[in-house]
Write a protein that binds this ligand. Structure first.
Ligand code: HGY
Ligand code: MN
Ligand code: MN
Ligand code: MN
Length: 409
């Protein structure tokens, strides 16, 4: 049985958490920002200290490779992401990368033999907050997203992904594609929901992920004076947009019980107290394990936008900026993880994820599954995100044991 070094694991986690730490103990570490550069440099230096071969690909995905006893064997891929939401938690993504790092450090310390090479990765821009869509690095690497196209996506200030990569020195040379087929992949992540905590369980073996779609809507109204403009002739972009926001919430109460809908971004122009809003830009995030329901949701939102703008006499542009079908992970990897959890003695259950993960795209190129550890109060994408360290350790022991079995399968 593989045993991690709990002190080293925790010390490393605390050290990484200093990079981009907010006053409320969360993380402000947007993709390809100065904070992201700093944590990437730390990660690369830790990989080099471990004697791993480091490679950075054209979208900044950063890999470390530990050779196995059989150099011709297909490698196992481990890791997650180090970027965060604008005011996110320290565990989302980071815990997965550092659990994979602790696993490789343990294998090195304990001389754990593994036939297969093991590659550890930090994926670029998993969150999709500064640059859309999410899962960008893993999507480009697996061919699910068009590399050249996403390199030109710009943030709100018009800075492109390519420029930001250049700026922080992570526009790598390596092709953003697998060098060889992988045998399997495993990502550990915080659950970002309440189920494990509610049931008093330490580990989740994730068998699938919701499908999701992202829409961007711009409503074009007419700026006018808040005083003399008669109510009957106004073209108020915010009134139409607000109708849609309410409808988006009501839709998720109608279609199925695993449907979730969110309006996360909303900007009003000109944003002056005594001017009728001329333009409103907002986003819609819809998810369900059932892809047909996601499709129905997108159509229902389109109808709501059409009707609301018709009522207010305003125009609109609506674009679907991302869609990813639901994921069904590999039974081979999930079974291996379940057996490892049993042998480690960690309480566990199988489950599905409502949050998107790089593992969904990785699952397109190799047998993949995930492990979850509990989120206190299910809280996440919030500085208050927290996982009890005992749970992080239990998850890391199951993770290391599963990786050892995959790497010798
Ligand atoms: O959107 C997601 O579910 C992930 O956190 N990027
Ligand atoms: Mn994440
Ligand atoms: Mn996230
Ligand atoms: Mn992820």
């Amino acid at each position: 049985m593989v045993t991690i070094d709990p002190e080293r694991f925790r010390e490393t986690f605390e050290r990484y958490s200093e990079i981009g730490r907010t006053d409320a103990d969360g993380l402000h570490r947007l993709a390809l920002s100065e904070e992201d550069r700093e944590v990437r440099d730390r990660f690369v230096s830790d990989l080099e200290d471990l004697g791993l071969e480091v490679r950075i690909d054209r979208i900044g995905n950063t890999f470390g490779r530990a050779e196995g006893t059989d150099p011709d064997a297909e490698p196992v891929l481990v890791g997650s992401h180090l970027d965060s939401q604008p005011y996110g938690g320290r565990f989302d993504g980071q815990l997965g990368v550092l659990t994979a790092l602790e696993t490789l450090r343990t294998f090195d310390d304990e001389g754990v033999d593994h036939r297969r090479p093991i590659e550890i990765v930090n994926w670029t821009n998993e969150e999709g907050s500064r640059f859309k869509p999410a899962l960008m690095g893993s999507g480009a690497f697996t061919g699910e997203l068009d590399l050249e196209e996403v390199l030109e996506h710009a943030d709100a200030d018009g800075v492109t992904v390519a420029e930001a990569l250049e700026e922080i020195g992570y526009r790598g040379e390596a092709p953003a594609e697998p060098r060889e087929p992988y045998h399997s992949a495993l990502e550990l992540h915080v659950e970002q929901g309440p189920k494990l905590e509610d049931q008093g369980l330490s580990v989740g073996v994730v068998e699938g992920v919701f499908g999701m779609a992202w829409l961007e809507v711009v409503v074009h109204g007419d700026a006018d004076h808040a005083g003399p403009s008669p109510m009957y002739s106004r073209k108020d972009a915010l009134v139409a947009a607000s109708d849609v926001v309410g409808a988006v919430r009501r839709l998720s109460n109608r279609l199925a019980d695993d449907v979730v809908t969110t309006v996360g971004e909303l900007e009003v122009e000109p944003g002056s107290i005594n001017v009728i809003p001329s333009e409103v830009r907002f986003t819609v995030d819809v998810r369900s394990y059932d892809d047909a329901v996601v499709g129905d949701l997108v159509e229902a939102v389109e109808r709501e936008v059409e009707a609301a703008c018709e009522r207010e006499g305003v125009e609109y542009d609506l674009e679907e900026i991302w869609r990813i079908p639901h994921t069904e992970f590999s039974p081979l990897v999930a079974e291996t993880a379940l057996a490892a959890a049993d042998d480690v003695g960690a309480s566990h259950r199988a489950m599905v994820s409502g949050a998107g993960h790089d593992a969904s795209y990785v699952n397109e190129i190799t047998d993949t599954a995930m492990l979850f550890v509990p989120s206190v109060d299910g809280k996440t994408h919030n500085e208050a995100e927290f996982t009890e360290w005992a749970d992080a350790e239990a998850g890391a022991r199951v993770y290391a044991e599963t990786v050892e079995r995959l790497a010798n399968a």
